[in-house]
Design a protein around this ligand. Structure first.
Ligand code: DX5
Ligand code: ZN
Length: 212
């Protein structure tokens, strides 16, 4: 298993000082930058869209891991790929045709990820694992940073790892701190998203290192 990929969520950053907050996590040793896109329909919150992702791309040196919490993801794949996403993760629950969305993402030379919400059983997505570069297991209901980790969700990780191809990245997102990160990596996750834990810590470098 490769090293653990740490992807700080800029949802907990200061949006008025985003460039500085991106540099802070880069200097702390983050591998990717997690960008949460919410449309106010698939989730009850609105965050950022294509123009902001484009600006983030200019400011960031590390890959952009874009988490689309939006309905009809197929409509926006091209725009986010053009904006500079390196990984595009859509939601299983939002896709009308999973295979079509994955093909579209790959057609733009972007890594394809798919995410499942807490109520979605892993069995629903096993057939799609061979197509994916990444599967994101949500460990909170998507929509907001700073929520508590749902332990039951972590139990999906070994089920997915058992059926995964060797290169599949299993990512977790929601309520990740040094304690919940260990639970997830012990279960077979190899990418951790953390917003609140990293950005609200006194020592960002220590926080990133403590997740590894
Ligand atoms: C929640 C987002 C997460 C969120 C994680 O819907 O997908 O990426 O920012 O935040 P924390 O780590 O604070 O739970
Ligand atoms: Zn996210």
């Amino acid at each position: 298993m490769p090293k653990i990929i740490i992807s700080p969520s800029i949802l907990s950053a200061d949006f008025a000082n985003l460039e500085l907050d991106i540099k802070r996590v880069e200097q702390a040793g983050a591998d990717w930058l997690h960008v949460d896109v919410m449309d106010g329909h698939f989730v009850p919150n609105i965050t950022i869209g294509v123009p902001v992702v484009k600006s983030i791309k200019k400011a960031a040196k590390i890959p952009l891991d874009v988490h689309l919490m939006i309905e009809n993801p197929e409509k926006y794949i091209k725009s986010f790929a053009d904006a500079g996403a390196d990984i595009l993760t859509f939601h299983y629950e939002a896709a009308n045709d999973v295979k079509a969305v994955v093909s579209l993402i790959k057609a733009f030379g972007v890594k394809a990820g798919m995410s499942i919400k807490p109520m979605t059983p892993p069995e629903k997505v096993l057939e799609f694992l061979p197509l994916l570069d990444l599967i994101l297991v949500m460990t909170v209901e998507p929509g907001f940073g700073g929520q508590s980790f749902m332990y039951d969700c972590a139990e999906k990780i070994p089920v997915i790892r058992k059926h995964a191809h060797p290169e599949l990245i299993i990512q977790v997102d929601g309520g990740i701190n040094s304690e919940t990160a260990k639970i997830c990596t012990d279960f077979g996750a190899n990418s951790l998203v953390a917003g609140n834990y990293i950005y609200n810590s006194d020592d960002i470098q220590k926080a990133v290192q403590s997740l590894r």
